[in-house]
Ligand binder design. Structure first.
Ligand code: PLP
Length: 367
């Protein structure tokens, strides 16, 4: 049996309905913003539960633009977590600011108890990441940010559909970024992203800024850039949004089956604490495992395509050298980097494949 990590060929095996919509798009020639993009933005705003969606070319652009819209500029500091994808820090740097990393907690999310100590007079924003599609502790983060009058930009890139007490990730911060990269819960046929906000002024700025700052083809009011989503991708996203709750629910089922099956291996495997409060969408299903590298090789030899997200935290990357961090600065995150392993748990993994994965993890540890 093969337990495959890629699944896009399965997800997009039947796409006649999307091609029908694309034919309609092509017949109108609306290839720059326009009604297909607007339709998606309205639908996504209703889904997340926010007033405005401004779609962008990528999730990275969504974060850069969200930071700029919150006033982040050169010389500022932005607090984020050290165990995330590079783009979180890359976006902060691209907005002109310096990333200030803090450790993660046992849930593999930004350790909200450490945020307050990292705030300085230069702190312009906090960027919690809903890493792996698991919600960060937004209640504590929003309380700190509101009290200290600091903007929050959620990196909700991997977290379409994740919720805290029924409120969707991407609806807490002042402006928040989503990615529609092919391996995200809401995925398109290439790159795409979006910013969500309830702030009218932020939305007005972002609509201008992502489109050269143009009010019409003869006038600009701010120097902007071109970070428009491609209407082709908006068409795909509009359709995939119809299926995202279902695929998230299958991921959740798979994660629960894996959790239950791994429970009796607790001397070898550590699961993140789960709670009813945080509804995760498991863009990645990550566990902590003893002898991780050996387990990874063994599972791969059994055609179980596991991965590691990621073996080297951001503060220890070459790019971070000028920031002056060193090994030992973020012990939890560094320990996790040596132990984490991502198991295939996506929406095309079935119960037999889960059972096969569990059987081989058991065999690896218990023989
Ligand atoms: C946490 C996180 N932030 C940002 C990004 C960047 O998104 P994109 O690849 O669409 O630029 C990603 C995904 O790639 C991500 O996982």
């Amino acid at each position: 049996m093969r337990v495959n990590y890629p699944y896009l060929h399965q997800q997009f095996a039947e796409v006649d309905h999307i091609f029908d919509d694309l034919r309609e798009l092509v017949s109108t020639g609306q290839f720059t913003l326009g009604p297909f993009v607007e339709k998606f933005e309205k639908k996504f705003a209703a889904y997340i539960g926010v007033k405005h969606v401004i779609s962008t070319n990528t999730g990275t652009d969504a974060l850069i633009l969200a930071l700029k819209a919150c006033g982040v500029k050169a010389g500022d500091e932005v607090i984020t977590v050290a165990n995330t994808f590079y783009a979180t820090a890359g976006a902060i740097v691209a907005a002109g600011a310096t990333p200030v990393f803090i450790d993660c907690d046992k849930r593999m999310q930004i350790d909200s108890t450490k945020i307050e100590d990292a705030i300085t007079t230069k702190t312009a924003a906090i960027v919690p990441v809903h890493w792996m599609g698991v919600p960060a502790d937004m209640e504590t983060i929003m309380e700190i940010a509101d009290r200290r009058k600091i903007a929050v930009v959620e990196d909700a890139c991997p977290a379409v559909g994740a919720e805290i007490d029924g409120k969707r990730c991407g609806s807490f911060g002042k402006a928040n970024g989503f990615s529609f990269h092919p391996l995200k819960p809401l995925n398109v046929w290439g790159d795409g992203g979006a910013i969500t906000t309830n702030d009218d002024k932020v939305a007005d700025f972002l609509r201008l800024y992502r489109n050269h700052g143009m009010t019409d083809r003869d006038h600009i009011v701010v120097w902007g850039i071109n970070s428009r989503i491609q209407p082709i991708q908006a068409v795909v996203a509009t359709r995939v949004l119809d299926t995202v709750d279902h695929s998230n629910s299958v991921r959740l089922r798979n994660a629960t089956l894996l959790d239950e099956g791994l429970f009796d291996l607790s001397e070898f495997i550590e699961l993140s604490p789960r709670s009813e409060k945080y509804k995760a969408v498991f863009q990645l299903y990550v566990i902590r495992a003893q002898r991780r590298d050996e387990l990874s090789d063994y599972l791969r030899s059994k055609e179980i395509e596991c991965c590691i997200h990621y073996p080297l935290p951001l503060h220890l990357q070459n790019a971070a050298k000028p920031l002056g961090y060193k090994r030992g600065d973020f012990p939890e995150c560094e320990k996790q980097a040596n132990e984490i392993i991502t198991l295939p748990a996506h929406q095309y993994i079935n119960e037999e494949q889960i059972a096969y994965t569990l059987e081989h993890i058991r065999k690896f540890y218990r023989g």
